[in-house]
Design a protein around this ligand. Structure first.
Ligand SMILES: Cc1ncc(COP(=O)(O)O)c(C=O)c1O
Length: 384
């Protein structure tokens, strides 16, 4: 379908101004996108860690189009094609022991809603402990566990009640837990917070504290999961098993989908949760194809991350596979703009941190081109 050429006017008149945007992306292939004026960019944003298989991967496109020709939607009142196969696959790649199960949603925030509801209903407790700098979504429940005051405060009071503790400080988690705490909620690497990697051993310490106190551990893998850090899920590097994980973003290569996986014995009973669209046949087909592609890419993710690390050695990068953060400071937006002018899309997360979350398909040549553009932009603004 041809895109509308008057998109700027239509947006300013008819779309609520919640986003600030400069370009319209009209086409994507692999690591490259094209804008409405025909300009090409190397894309290190990838829909913010969504398009991990690259834009329009042929296997994903085929899975979506084949399924769309068969059945677009079918209510969860019925068995849904591919849903069981995908749930089995998610349980397998999560590595949860025993009989873990999945529940589907349509986004990361909704996955978090499901996780919070599951924690409350199975523990009978009301409170949560989450981390400063953490991001878990913008729906009322997930927002209650999201820390950033600018996006949270206008919507107070929020439910559930959440206590925030410094990220990376296991003792602070311990001190914040009360007899009313249902779960601790955290990201294994904070994405929106600026690609913040906690100290080694943090997740294990929090796991031990949760076990000791009888509190559930919810690990938000929405951004860090599905191969992004070189493992299927970032928690797997820490040798722990959470009680619940949340998944979204890259799960279906950009077709909207989310999911939770919960350990054996932790599940919704009849009518305790639900959704009209969640786990629909196209989303499931797209996710199964995406998992097949990511499986092939996974062994190379860590090495690609190391190539970024070497190119940015002078900038002290934080690298977990292909989740890369560089603290730029006040000039982050200038660097982002300069990169775009030079045909590279990058994005600033919180506190002046440049965040790079490219497709896992990125080649060495593309990494070298991207790091060259970024280094030039950073040194230009370091001088101003
Ligand atoms: C860690 C994390 N959790 C949850 C979310 C919310 O996901 P969504 O935007 O799909 O609702 C995000 C989005 O950036 C995220 O990074």
């Amino acid at each position: 379908m041809k895109f509308e050429s008057n998109y700027r006017e239509l947006e300013s008149q008819y779309i609520m101004p919640a986003f600030s945007r400069e370009i319209m992306i009209t086409k994507g292939s692999g690591c490259t996108v094209t804008d409405a004026d025909g300009k090409q960019y190397l894309d290190l944003v990838a829909g913010i860690a969504v398009c991990s298989t690259g834009h329009c991967h042929p296997k994903v496109v085929k899975a979506i189009t084949d399924q769309a020709a068969e059945l677009i939607h079918c209510s969860n009142l019925y068995y849904v094609p591919h849903q069981g196969t995908l749930a089995k696959k998610l349980v397998e790649i999560s590595g949860f022991p025993g009989k873990a199960k999945a529940f589907f949603s349509n986004s990361g925030a909704e996955a978090m809603e499901g996780a919070l509801k599951l924690a409350r209903i199975r523990t009978g407790k009301k409170e949560f402990v989450a981390c400063e700098g953490g991001f878990h979504g913008r729906t009322m429940g997930s927002l209650a566990c999201t820390h950033k005051p600018a996006i949270r405060d206008p919507f107070m009071p929020l439910e559930p009640y959440t206590k925030f503790v410094p990220y990376g400080d296991a003792e602070a988690v311990k001190a914040a837990i009360t007899p009313e705490t249902a779960a601790v909620v955290l990201e294994p690497v904070q994405g929106e917070g600026g690609v913040i990697i906690p100290p080694a051993g943090y997740l294990k310490q929090v796991r031990d504290i949760c076990d000791e106190k009888g509190v559930l551990l919810i690990v938000d893998e929405v951004q860090s999961g599905m191969g992004r850090t070189g493992h299927w899920f970032a928690f797997q590097q820490d040798g722990i098993t959470p009680d619940i994980i949340t998944i979204a973003k890259a799960i279906a290569s950009g077709f909207p989908m989310g999911a939770i996986v919960a350990r054996e014995g932790l599940e919704f009973g009849k009518s305790e949760h639900g959704s009209t669209f969640a786990g629909g046949p196209i989303a499931c087909a797209a996710a199964l194809a995406s998992i097949e592609v990511i499986e092939e890419l996974l062994p190379d993710v860590a090495g690609k991350g190391e190539r970024f690390r070497a190119a940015f050695a002078h900038l002290n990068p934080r690298v977990k596979g292909l989740m890369i953060g560089i603290t730029i400071g006040d000039h982050c937006a200038d660097v982002q703009k300069e990169c775009a002018a030079n045909g590279l899309l990058v994005n600033c997360a919180a506190h002046g941190n440049l965040r790079l979350v490219p497709p896992l398909t990125i080649t060495n040549a593309e990494i070298d081109r991207a790091t060259g553009i970024i280094n030039a932009a950073v040194s230009k603004f370091a001088r101003t």
